[in-house]
Write a protein that binds this ligand. Structure first.
Ligand SMILES: Cc1ncc(COP(=O)(O)O)c(C=O)c1O
Length: 358
């Protein structure tokens, strides 16, 4: 039998989540963000499964876009970080990729580039995240310059929100105010909202949404939120118990003896470790589900295995099904025990984990 570590990807859940994003502003369009191998879910597989319904895709770089074009994806694909070298522009034009532009230097590079088919540009403003984007004071000039270039087709105005997942803060409203002030004289479509913006910030829902994490069914919020509560998890990470032993009080489990039995304990060893992408720093007590029953990790996660407490699940044995996160256990809950976020859990899944698409 093959090693049972498996990530089962549910396309219906991804479609449901995309539709939920679109439902907040039925007249607007939404790019499905499938960078980083669709957040670990498989970019080509996910793109093929939802291509008929989505308005386009967003990826981080030309390599990710090329993979999709080579797989036959003809829908618009936006390069969210634009080009890294002017050499890429010819291919971007040939493949009709859409291209974010985040600096004045990139505009000069386009002006000096020689390609035939004009490119659709998403001009990005740094409205307060201070990572990428043209400064608000330079934005009008950047827009006018792009507008005048024969190499440029349509222009969408975009910005990225730093704190939309914390709706109680005023940061998002301030970013939107900065953006709107700097763009009020410009006639172009707008894109502001990532998943958290889409779900929680009415004012961020402009012409184009850019949902990422929500497509995969994970909430961007720390607290329950009415729309986010309707998301369906797209990835179930599972494996099986491969060994069982009974220990007595005082005996330790795993590397460095970080967990010791306080009572007679039945320990199950599960074929899932940090080389599969399960976080090594998952704390003692991190939830898992064994044969439908709640259990928890005891002892340190090792490279290929982790250990769980089966004491209260007497019927569990070798071969028992273990859900690490997914349909019955939210990745965001697991993430809190690992001092991380679902994004890193999903993107961390390694190729050794068998992927099953349903
Ligand atoms: C520019 C941009 N738009 C949209 C997204 C999607 O964000 P999220 O996954 O939080 O929805 C990202 C992701 O980091 C991004 O960088």
């Amino acid at each position: 039998m093959a090693r049972p570590a498996t990530a089962t990807i549910n396309f219906d859940a991804i479609l449901h989540n995309y539709r939920l994003a679109k439902s907040v502003t039925p007249d607007q369009r939404a790019l499905a963000i499938i960078k980083a191998n669709a957040y670990g879910h498989g970019a080509v597989e996910v793109a093929n499964a939802i291509a008929d319904e989505v308005d386009g895709f967003g990826v981080a770089c030309i390599e990710e876009a090329t993979e999709l074009r080579e797989a036959g994806i003809t829908k618009p694909i936006l390069l969210l970080e634009g080009f890294f070298s002017a050499d890429e522009l010819k291919y971007i034009s040939e493949q009709s990729l859409w291209c974010a532009i985040h600096s004045l230097e990139q505009i000069d590079a386009i002006a000096n580039a020689d390609f035939t088919k004009p490119i659709n540009i998403w001009l990005k403003m740094d409205s307060g995240m201070h990572r990428l984007g043209v400064q608000p004071a330079d934005f009008q000039q950047a827009f006018d310059k792009l507008k005048a270039l024969p190499q440029v087709a349509d222009i969408v105005l975009m910005s990225h929100l730093s704190s939309a997942d914390e709706p109680e803060l005023s940061v998002t409203a301030e970013q939107i105010r900065v953006f709107d002030t700097a763009t009020k004289a410009l006639d172009a479509e707008i894109s502001l909202a990532n998943s958290a913006g889409t779900l929680a910030h009415t004012d961020a829902r402009r012409d184009w949404l850019r949902p990422g994490i929500m497509l995969y069914g994970a909430t961007p919020f720390a607290q329950s939120q009415a729309l986010a509560d309707q998301l369906k998890p797209a990835m179930t990470l599972s494996s099986e118990v491969i060994a069982v032993r009974d220990l007595t009080p005082g005996e330790a489990v795993g590397y460095s003896c970080t967990w010791r039995c306080e009572r007679p304990t039945r320990v199950g060893t599960v074929a899932m470790g940090y080389a599969d992408g399960y976080p090594r720093h998952a704390k003692n007590g991190t939830p898992v589900i064994v044969d439908g029953q709640p259990s928890k990790i005891i002892g340190r996660v090792s490279m290929d295995m982790l250990t769980v407490d089966l004491t209260d699940i007497p019927d569990a044995n070798v071969g028992s099904y273990v859900e690490l996160w997914g349909e019955n256990l939210a990745a965001s809950e697991v993430a809190t025990y690992c001092d991380t976020i679902p994004y890193t859990l999903f993107t961390g899944i390694t190729r050794r984990v068998h992927k099953k698409y349903i």
